[in-house]
Unconditional design. Structure first.
Length: 91
C-alpha cells in the first residue's frame, strides 16, 4: 500500500508546476512534533487498538486539540506539509 501512495504523491508533484519531486523519505517522514502528539493524545491514553483508532479518527478530524485536517484536492502534500498546513487530499 505504501508503495502506491508514494507513487501517487510523486506523480502529483511532478504534474505541479514549479514543484520539486520529494524523495520517498520526505513523503513518509513523521515530524518529531507529530510523533509526540500522537503518543500523548492517542497511544498513551489507551491500549486497545479499537479505542486508539477511534481516538485517532476524532483527533484527525473533530478534536479541537487535534489536527482538524481539511480536505484539499488542489495538491498532494508530504506528511510534513500536511501536518503544517492541516490540509490533505488523502490519508
Amino acid at each position: 500500500m505504501m508503495h502506491w501512495a508514494t507513487i501517487a504523491v510523486l506523480a502529483a508533484n511532478v504534474l505541479a508546476p514549479g514543484r520539486e519531486v520529494p524523495t520517498r523519505e520526505q513523503v513518509i517522514d513523521v515530524p518529531a512534533e507529530l510523533q509526540a502528539q500522537l503518543h500523548d493524545q492517542i497511544i498513551a491514553r489507551h491500549h486497545s487498538k479499537e479505542q486508539r483508532l477511534r481516538l485517532l479518527i476524532d483527533w484527525m478530524s473533530r478534536d479541537p486539540q487535534g489536527l482538524l485536517l481539511e480536505y484539499d484536492n488542489t495538491r498532494t502534500r508530504t506528511l510534513e506539509e500536511t501536518f503544517r498546513s492541516r490540509k490533505a487530499n488523502c490519508l
